[in-house]
Design a protein around this ligand. Structure first.
Ligand code: ATP
Ligand code: MG
Length: 274
């Protein structure tokens, strides 16, 4: 499958009636007593080259939704299409002609430190995913150095370990690692919430630049409505596992239709001078 030639009109991600359930266990033998529905019948699509933000209160199922897209939690019902091809067993396409989901979609997590192996150097962290895909080590190093430059880390960083970087630098490292396999979609789960405001802004600018330069499509989870307003093309609002509102960012944030969205936006604190 040639991933450079996807039809531009099809959505990068299309999710139909997606449901994710977690078992509730109990009793002496820890038997499954019931199921908790964390994501309930959610449908949406992410157009290519756009940023869709998912918002909603803590525990409403945002992380579970994006994790299910890359197979980190199992899907109970519904289906996921990437660039018009259905996802099955971590693969996209037909049994004979497929690419792995991880070649197309990469996820970046909130805590950059816990998502980097403390025993590996930056060179090992960055090259491992592409060497595993059969790319020679020298070519992988060249790609790693280009990406370090792109995320504004010095090439000398290659021989360092994750603990030798600041929080913002580590998040840049995670972004560089996610780009090593040249994905088409990034899933960003609260990637800036562990960072201070000025570093947050740098990371957000970097993501927006990468979207423009590389044509990336981005699913972005955040609690920060100002960040969501500044960055998003579209917004999806979740409430107790359901998608309650979805539309253009300006429409949803300036003229919300759903009662929960209105309450969520009204709960954002504002600073007034006395
Ligand atoms: N592995 C799991 N096993 C059982 N329940 C889980 C699991 N992962 C998440 N849940 C439950 O699913 C619900 C949704 O969790 P999720 O992490 O998706 O919320 P969230 O919207 O990302 O919240 P936050 O904004 O705090 O990150 C929560 O009630 C959580 O307790
Ligand atoms: Mg979460």
């Amino acid at each position: 499958m040639n991933i450079e030639n996807f039809d531009k009109a099809v959505p990068a991600i299309e999710v139909n009636e997606l449901t994710v359930k977690f078992p509730i266990r109990g009793g002496v033998f820890s038997k499954v007593k019931d199921y908790f529905t964390a994501v309930d019948n959610v449908s949406f699509s992410l157009p290519q080259g756009k940023i869709l933000s998912i918002v909603g209160e803590s525990g409403c199922g945002k992380s579970t939704l994006v994790k299910s897209l890359v197979g980190l939690v199992p899907i109970a019902k519904g289906d996921v299409n990437l660039f018009g091809f259905s996802v099955k067993n971590g693969k996209v396409g037909t049994a004979k002609d497929f690419v792995r989901v991880s070649d197309l979609v990469q996820m970046i997590f909130q805590d950059p430190f816990s998502s980097l192996n403390p025993r590996q150097t930056v060179a090992e962290i960055l090259t491992a995913p592409v060497v595993a895909r059969g790319i020679p080590f020298d070519d992988a190093c060249k790609r790693a150095k280009e990406l370090l430059d792109r995320v504004s880390l010095p090439t000398g960083a290659m021989d360092k370990f994750p603990h030798e970087f600041s929080g913002g630098q580590r998040q840049r490292l995670c972004i560089a690692r996610s780009l090593m396999v040249r994905p088409k979609v990034l899933l960003c789960d609260e990637v800036t919430s562990a960072l201070d405001v000025s570093v947050q802004a740098q990371i957000l600018h970097l993501l927006d630049d990468l979207r423009c330069e590389l044509g990336l499509s981005i699913l972005f989870i955040s609690h920060d409505m100002q960040v969501v307003r500044a960055l998003s093309d579209e917004v999806l609002v979740m409430y107790f596992g359901h998608a309650v509102e979805h539309g253009a960012a300006d429409d949803v944030l300036s003229n919300p239709q759903n009662d929960y969205t209105k309450k969520l936006l009204a709960s954002v604190p504002t600073i007034r001078r006395a």
